[in-house]
Design a protein around this ligand. Structure first.
Ligand SMILES: Cc1cc2nc3c(=O)[nH]c(=O)nc-3n(C[C@H](O)[C@H](O)[C@H](O)COP(=O)(O)O)c2cc1C
Length: 356
């Protein structure tokens, strides 16, 4: 298959693969710059990016902003020619502060999910930063496109269409995921989104679609490119790479996983998510861990009622604490058999695409 570069506005990635932002601390400057250097788009996760800063628990916003600047600068230094993005959760309380800093630091692209980033165009006005919402339905694609067009005369620079097999929080109901209905399928959703946004596209401004969720091989990538995607986003597969920013004890959890060790949970954020069935998840089936030090991070969280603090569980995972951590994983995790370098992984994917 002749592989076209992924074009997002004025930005070009020679390999049409976006490495999905993974928080907390899974995709930072090291992974993002390695992917960008291999020709893809590397994405830093902005979720509690300051968790390693000494004052994080005293002033999380200040620590997150400081670390955000450092990680963007480091990624750009390590990949001066590459395309570097940042991922922010729309539901994050200090979303606007973080977005402003990323734009000041001249980040190439902002990817934003876990809610619709309704005001994002206002923050990038006058900058070269591109903005890409992450959606899981044609309805959401139309809502955000219409809103941005009406309010800001701005069309999304691309859309990530994330299906039900993805890692992280999912934009589906628990019921949709369990029943695996026909319309809860990435191929179907991708085609629906393509049709739904077509009326908004104008000459010279097409909206590229990036398919995400469960993508593992060159064959998987080819399937979505043939269905009209301009690129794919992959998360889970990039965890078992040497450059992934998480510690080894985190990464090794993702090798040789059996399907019995994957579980769909209702996250305290109010969205379902797929996770590794670790001792912490087993424990949380019958227990609650009261929030001890609230970081005030999520608009949707009720600290008094939440069964546990999702941020703390993700931070524990990022520190390599297997007993207390929560490990998000896409369904393709069961296919990971070994650790690779990013260069080897991208080469394997591109070679198999070129041969198909
Ligand atoms: C460990 C982990 C953490 C993630 N964290 C985030 C996040 O903070 N924000 C976000 O928008 N998506 C997050 N995602 C989703 C990825 O960006 C990506 O879209 C998804 O992993 C694609 O599916 P795949 O894992 O099957 O390749 C996460 C995924 C994983 C596996």
């Amino acid at each position: 298959m002749f592989l076209l570069p992924l074009q997002i506005g004025s930005l070009t990635a020679s390999v049409p693969i976006v490495q999905g932002g993974m928080g907390v601390g899974v995709s930072l400057s090291n992974l993002a710059s390695a992917v960008a250097n291999a020709g893809g788009i590397g994405v830093i996760s902005g979720t509690h990016i300051g968790f390693r800063e000494p004052d994080f628990y005293q002033n999380p916003t200040k620590a997150n902003i400081r670390a955000l600047k450092k990680e963007i600068q480091k990624a750009k230094m390590q990949s001066p020619q590459g395309v570097i993005g940042i991922n922010f959760l729309t539901a994050f309380n200090h979303y606007a502060d973080l977005v402003k800093v990323a734009v000041e630091e001249k980040i190439d692209i902002i990817f934003s999910g876990a809610g619709l980033p309704v005001d994002l165009p206002a923050f990038v006005k006058g900058s070269a930063t591109k903005i890409v919402p992450i959606i899981s339905s044609a309805k959401a694609a139309v809502v955000i496109t219409k809103l941005w067009q009406r309010r800001y005369d701005y069309l999304p620079d691309a859309l990530v269409v994330e299906g039900p097999e993805a890692g992280g929080h999912l934009g589906f109901t628990f019921d949709q995921l369990r029943k695996k209905q026909e319309n809860t399928n990435l191929s179907v959703i991708l085609q629906e989104v393509k049709k739904a946004i077509h009326p908004f596209e104008i000459e010279g401004k097409k909206i590229p679609l990036i398919a995400a969720g469960g993508i593992f091989t060159g064959e998987d990538i080819q399937k979505y490119l043939k269905l009209g995607a301009s690129g794919v986003q992959m998360g889970t597969r990039f965890i078992a790479t040497e450059e992934c920013d998480a510690p080894f004890s985190f990464k090794e959890q993702y090798i040789n996983v059996s399907s019995n060790n994957l579980k769909l949970i209702q996250s305290p954020v109010g969205l379902p998510g797929r996770v590794l069935y670790t001792p912490f998840i087993k424990k949380m089936e019958n227990e609650k861990v009261p929030v001890q030090r609230c970081l005030g991070c999520l608009k949707t969280c009720q600290p008094q009622e939440t069964p546990y603090c999702i941020s703390e569980a993700l931070i524990q995972a990022a520190r390599g604490n297997v007993m207390k951590g929560l490990f998000f994983a896409g369904s393709s995790v069961c296919r990971i058999k070994k650790m690779m370098t990013v260069k080897e992984l991208i080469k394997e994917l591109v070679d198999s695409l070129n041969q198909s």
